[in-house]
Design a protein around this ligand. Structure first.
Ligand code: GLC
Length: 810
């Protein structure tokens, strides 16, 4: 026991033993504006106030290096702070936070202004090093939950689990696999009605422990580099995401077509097959906007080439597709075939664009085309070369770039540690650069393609790092056609949303293997409520087009894709919101119902919100009944308008033809008439659904041309739509921006407003029967015949004028 105490004592004073040591006692503190500069016995550091709710902590063993991040794009904002120093501690106080930095030894604690602990270092462990591995240990709070961390497997609440970030190619991964393809070292902790975020901005391999194999602490650490984290406080999870995206940036508006349905497979070729898919989508009236070409379009998998036999004239094919309302996306891998005379390779070599060994020879690894060189996206030279090359696609009529294999994936999956990267002029090894490679490929593709295309490009990536939302959408890689994968996919997209990435998707239907008809249908229904909806499947699997699973399946799927298209005004406005505050379209219930224990239960953790209005319960295809949890408040059944009281769980009979979807009371949902693609004009009436509730809401409606950048100069149409039950009013706010709306009229569709409640002002609301789904023609053995296929709504139409308009109801 004496010996034990002695060892602990050594550790606390910072002497440590062998290769393990902590920062030790603070030996000096300098206050420089919003920053404290610290010297400790065994470390140096800085604590910087970024805003009243964001504080950055930086520590290293010797000296702090260049302050550079691929993730963070915004610095501190001027913040009023009060500093108080005592022999024991330094206290920083902002309008929202109190940060106490103890001196003996160095220990950080974050408190609310009224003194409740939000987050604090674990006494005795604090921040410490094992050789060059650095870890910060945080006291595990009673009942603490952990959510987020981006593309991670496991449950919604990650308590009791540990995770690693090392971007990896994962063909047909298991549902508990870790790590996967992308790194988002940002999580949110929840306890005692408090929430906070921690963003550990370190590109080396990082490890997170949320109380796995320990009941003492949560921790985050890296295999190299600095301890460099941002503590983010917020009253709500949404505030934390907004602050986090304030640091790491927000997505730009995507092209409208990328919100449409995307048909993909590994691979569609030759051209006649691509055209057959396009024509069949149109013939069968399945709305769609995109077709994606996988690796077989290339000449021997050589990037920036076409197989001329399969695709003799890509520009002409793109033009034919464009005339039918389709946009083409093509896959691009980072591996550039090492082949003399292959111009892309020769130019890359000449430009010095490839990553190298320390002896200045190119690193070569094998991937689809055989031996390849790999562009150095972490330096100006590599990116500039890529940005030029990618321009070729613009002249081929391509609209979207799909970045794949950018972990980097190579056959053997063991890229050497000593490969060197530019790292913006400060050469760094593979160990440091691995996790930011995919991010920088997406960045170069986005920047390059945008310059050449002169309109909004669509960019998709498999790998990434924090901040990815600035350039690209992400999908969750090579999942399997299995029920658990559909549900895992839902959780991962919600986790990505928590990590500030709003534009997300998964291979709908599953990549490896073949789904059952029931699973296929369910997945397509769920996919209709994903931000990016792409059906994709691997080579040698069953086709995944909506007609490949029989007539009945097709009719059900068509209903849901059609619903997705009718909801485009709602979805696009939500994307606009993401550009403003970083909030995702697809949201875990933990975003709004953070303190409700039921939503974390395995039975309910897959339920998600699509924007603020819809709650989707994604059951697998084979289940006959489903247990659904309704959080506080009233909920409307989307199809029948039946009102369900929240705060309870209910068993619902499930039918294949209907995905359980509910609308939160008080919601506002703008919709349009059905179109077959986003290039087609809907009818001239915007349909604004309002669901009566005890509390109302406000919806920021947004419209623009959906393709260009003129919105940045004011060419948009934006107005708030407010429903206020207290004053019994619906208010169309004054129009902002210079873009003429495509809708001449606004028709309100009132749900739950009752028979006698009519809009005043001369006009009377009429009644209409509304059916969101077209009856499926074939017999559905699971369908409940007695269930009505629609419901009555009260409607009233006004012209879409620019001024404020107040509609009163009695
Ligand atoms: C990778 C991708 C997959 C693609 C395949 C062929 O496995 O994740 O989506 O179809 O490569 O390019």
């Amino acid at each position: 026991m004496r010996k034990y105490l002695f060892v602990i004592g050594l550790f606390l004073t910072g002497k440590g033993f062998g290769q393990v040591h902590s920062a030790g006692n603070i030996t000096s503190i300098k206050v420089q504006g919003q920053q404290l500069v610290l010297n400790m016995q065994h470390a140096v550091g800085e604590v910087t106030v970024y805003s009243p709710t964001v504080v950055r902590v930086r520590l290293d063993q010797r000296s702090l290096g260049r302050d550079f991040s691929y993730a963070v794009v915004n610095g501190p904002v001027a913040t009023h702070i009060a500093v108080n120093q005592t022999p024991e501690a330094v206290t920083l106080q902002t309008d929202s936070l109190k940060v106490v930095i103890s001196r003996k030894p160095f220990h950080v604690a974050f408190y609310t202004r009224d003194g409740r602990v939000i987050n604090e270092d674990e006494q005795g462990l604090n921040t410490s090093w094992v050789n060059s591995f650095v870890t910060t240990y945080k006291h595990l709070q009673e009942g603490e939950r952990f959510i987020g961390l981006g593309e991670k497997t496991g449950g919604l609440d990650k308590r009791g689990n540990g995770y690693t970030n090392w971007n990896s190619d994962n063909f047909g991964y298991r549902t508990d696999k870790d790590p996967l393809y992308a790194t988002f070292p940002f999580y949110i902790g929840i306890h005692h009605g408090l929430r906070y975020g921690i963003f550990f901005d370190n590109s080396w391999q990082t490890d997170f422990n949320f109380g796995a194999s320990t009941d003492r602490f949560s921790s985050f650490g890296a295999h190299g580099g600095e301890m460099n984290y941002y503590f983010i406080a917020g009253a709500q999870v949404a505030d934390i995401i907004t602050s986090y995206t304030g640091l790491t940036g927000r997505m730009k508006l995507p092209p409208l077509w990328s919100l449409g349905y995307q048909q993909n497979r590994y691979s569609y070729y030759p051209e006649t097959e691509v055209m057959r898919i396009a024509q069949t989508l149109r013939e069968k009236k399945i709305p769609a906007d995109g077709i994606t070409l996988d690796i077989h379009y290339m000449d021997k998998y050589k990037v920036f080439t076409w197989d001329k036999q399969r695709f003799p004239d890509p520009a002409a094919m793109s033009a034919k597709l464009a005339a039918m309302g389709f946009k083409l996306t093509v896959i691009v891998d980072p591996g550039v075939k090492r082949e003399e005379g292959y111009e892309v390779y020769e130019r890359g070599k000449k430009a010095g664009a490839f990553i190298k060994y320390p002896d200045s020879t190119d690193y070569n690894g094998q991937v689809w085309p055989g031996w390849c060189a790999f562009p150095d996206f972490t330096g100006v030279k590599g990116r500039a070369w890529w940005e030029k090359e990618i321009g070729k696609y613009a002249s081929d009529g391509i609209s979207g770039i799909w970045n794949d294999m950018n972990e980097i994936a190579t056959w053997g999956q063991k890229m050497p540690d000593n490969v060197l990267f530019n790292n913006e002029g400060e050469t760094a090894s593979h160990l440091q650069m691995h996790n930011v490679y995919g991010l920088n490929m997406a960045r170069a593709s986005f920047e390059g393609f945008r310059q050449h295309l002169k309109r909004r490009p669509f960019v998709l990536t498999r790998s990434g790092y924090a901040g990815l939302q600035r350039y690209s959408a992400i999908w969750t890689g090579d999942n399997r056609s299995e029920e658990d994968h559909m549900l895992l996919g839902v959780r991962m997209l919600c986790n990505l949303g928590l990590a500030g990435v709003p534009f997300t998707g998964m291979d709908v239907g599953g990549f490896t293997g073949n789904p059952s008809v029931g699973l296929y249908v369910r997945w397509m229904q769920v996919g209709s409520f994903n931000p990016y909806m792409r059906n994709h499947t691997a080579v040698n699997t069953k086709s995944g087009e909506p007609w490949a699973y029989g007539e009945q399946a097709m009719e059900i799927v068509r209903n849901y894709i059609a619903l997705r298209y009718r909801l485009l005004p709602y979805a696009y406005s939500n994307f606009y919101e993401a550009t403003q505050n970083g909030l995702p379209l697809m949201r875990t219930l933990a975003l709004d119902y953070t303190d409700d224990a039921a939503i974390y239960r395995p039975a309910f953790e897959n339920q998600f919100m699509y924007g603020r209005a819809f709650m989707v319960a994604p059951f697998t295809g084979s289940e006959g009944f489903g247990n659904i949890y309704f959080p506080a408040g009233n909920w409307y059944d989307l199809y029948t308008d039946k009102v369900i009281k929240g705060g309870q769980e209910l068993v619902a009979p499930l039918t294949m033809s209907k995905l359980p979807v509910y609308v939160r009371e008080g919601s506002i949902v703008p919709m349009q008439s059905l179109v077959q693609h986003t290039g087609e004009l809907p009818s001239d009436t915007l349909l604004v659904h309002v669901y009566a509730g005890t509390s109302g809401s406000s919806f920021l409606y947004y419209e623009d041309d959906g393709t260009g950048y003129n919105y940045e100069k004011g060419d948009y149409y934006r107005r708030s739509i407010t429903y206020d039950p207290a004053t019994r009013q619906l208010v169309l706010g004054k129009v902002q921006g210079n873009y003429p709306s495509k809708f001449k009229f606004i028709k309100f569709a009132l749900h739950g407003f009752g028979e006698n409640e009519l809009i005043a002002g001369g006009q009377k609301a009429g009644s209409e029967f509304e059916s969101l789904l077209t009856p499926v023609s074939k017999f559905d053995p699971q369908a409940d015949a007695s269930e009505p296929e629609g419901h009555i709504i009260r409607t009233i139409t006004v012209s879409n004028g620019a001024g404020e308009m107040v509609l009163k109801y009695q």
